[in-house]
Design a protein. Structure first.
Length: 263
């Protein structure tokens, strides 16, 4: 058996040496596996020549793109009329301005296409949400941003979508608007029909809505405008590296990407 000794790089001498043979006052350099991922690959920085060969560094950069080129799913959940779609639209504009490619998956629109023929039983609602989640996961896998706006009333189903997309690439946004406020925004008359008994199993009235226990973001649409809330979500994405900050000149070095919508 050949013993394996820890090696450190000596920048002043441009060579590696076993840790046990290095005097305590000697200047050394090393990069941990976590640093490789967080400080180099996620930031789009090439690894230094002393750490690995340039050819290997380029392969790693291609295999593991920087965070701002990785996919992410922003999943809006809340009661009908809470303001999910309106906030999603405002966020989409901001994401495009920051050069991200966006696919919008609106629950109502998806029902007319991908989920045409489904009803509003628990099973059909779950099927609709899982279809949205599957498409979102594919968008994320290919490096895009999926902005999903659906009531998605059941906690277990949303958690399944988080797992499908990948927890590190899933941002759950609770649009926390009170029921009485949602009813005043009832432009489609759905709440009124449900109150009259014309619609059965309506979420928030005679069918439960299970809010997230620990959403990444919770929004108040009574005090804050959709634009304010969208900027809050954008700030969260900036902090996590999924979006690059704009430069002093007002751009982030990329042109605005096209938006796609399932409609």
């Amino acid at each position: 058996m050949v013993p394996c000794h820890e090696l450190l790089y000596l920048p002043d001498e441009e060579r590696y040496e076993e840790l046990s043979r290095i005097p305590s006052a000697t200047r050394t350099a090393s990069i941990s596996g976590t640093q490789v991922r967080e400080q180099y690959l996620n930031q789009g920085r090439l690894l230094p020549d002393w750490f690995t060969r340039p050819e290997v560094a380029e392969i790693l950069a291609e295999t593991y793109p920087p965070r701002h080129r990785q996919g992410v799913c922003i999943w809006f959940t809340g009661l009908s009329g809470a303001g999910k779609s309106t906030t999603a639209e405002a966020l989409t504009v901001l994401l495009l301005e920051h050069g991200r490619q966006v696919t919008v998956l609106d629950g109502d629109v998806v029902r007319t296409h991908l989920s045409k023929g489904l009803g509003f039983s628990k099973e059909d609602r779950d099927t609709n949400i899982r279809r949205i989640g599957f498409v979102a996961a594919e968008v994320v896998r290919h490096g895009g941003v999926a902005v999903c706006a659906a009531v998605s009333p059941y906690r277990a189903t949303r958690n399944d979508i988080r797992t499908l997309v990948g927890a590190e690439h899933f941002v759950e946004v609770l649009v926390d608007t009170p029921l009485e406020v949602c009813e005043t925004r009832d432009t489609k008359g759905m709440y009124a029909k449900a109150r009259r008994g014309e619609i059965k199993g309506f979420t928030g009235l005679d069918d439960p809505y299970e809010p997230p226990e620990t959403p990444e973001i919770s929004l108040d649409t009574v005090i804050h405008t959709p634009e304010d809330n969208a900027r809050r979500i954008l700030q969260h994405l900036l902090q996590r590296g999924f979006v690059r900050a704009q430069t002093a000149g007002g751009t982030n070095g990329t042109q605005a990407a096209p938006v796609e919508s399932l409609q």
